[in-house]
Design a protein around this ligand. Structure first.
Ligand SMILES: *Cc1c(COP(=O)(O)O)cnc(C)c1O
Length: 224
């Protein structure tokens, strides 16, 4: 696709987001984060040229490489992956605008120590394993509100902004919907939370209809 064809293609995705958000609420606003993990710096620059600003990666080393390669562009970088403790310093060096994958109190404490030592803060979302899947990271739904409040209290350098989750891994739409509803109901119980990050290429409309206000779109944004 040339830039012009690509713009039409992306406009169509934006229209789908638009229809879904009005089905939830006319005043609801949804942000698209383009997940570039399968894409090159050139492909990211192409999407930037037609207006996309927020991008996300799920590996610290990829985030470092691509953000460095594209440092001349005013991009907003998100980290959506799982963070191993031995990679904390590497992530903080990059200073991402939002970390979506804070998935335990233990990790929060480690992060807090390193943030304090550097005298910096990090915006983050608590990841929820809403369908209680063995293969997924995140806190259990029944523990989420308590853990969120504990992190807020004990980790002042982590600025929690809300929650993130990945829809249930199944073809059963009702089960996926239930997992989004679980995350949304937790989000509504959190004081001051403003971001509910859920929905990917295969399920973003459903996620938005359940209240998501941040979708993480990978393959569909890059036409993979
Ligand atoms: C890869 C990834 C996405 C995007 O997935 P697509 O299905 O390609 O849209 C979203 N969130 C996370 C955490 C990811 O790792």
């Amino acid at each position: 696709m040339n830039d012009e064809e690509y713009k039409i293609y992306i406009d169509n995705i934006i229209r789908r987001v638009e229809f879904a958000r009005v089905r939830f609420d006319e005043k609801h606003i949804v942000k698209i984060v383009a997940i570039s993990k399968y894409s090159t710096a050139d492909e990211i620059a192409k999407l930037y040229r037609i207006g996309q600003r927020a991008f996300g990666e799920n590996k610290v080393q990829d985030l470092r490489a691509k953000s460095a390669e594209l440092e001349d562009l005013p991009l907003e970088w998100h980290f959506v992956g799982n963070l191993q403790k031995n990679k904390i310093n590497n992530l903080l060096d990059i200073n991402p605008s939002l970390f979506h994958g804070l998935d335990s109190l233990d990790l929060a404490h480690e992060l807090q120590k390193k943030l304090e030592a550097r005298d910096m803060t990090l915006e983050a979302l608590l990841q929820i394993n809403s369908a209680k899947e063995e293969s997924k990271h995140g806190v259990m739904p029944q523990d989420a509100v308590a853990i969120y409040n504990q992190i807020k209290k004990e980790c002042p350098n982590i600025h929690l902004r809300g929650v993130m989750s990945i829809g249930a891994h199944t073809d059963d739409k009702a089960v996926i919907k239930k997992s989004f509803e679980t995350t949304y109901s937790i989000y509504k119980q959190l004081n001051g939370a403003t971001i509910c990050s859920m929905g990917m290429s295969g399920d973003f409309e459903l996620a938005i209809e359940c209240g998501s206000n941040m979708v993480r779109l990978g393959s569909i944004m890059f036409d993979k």
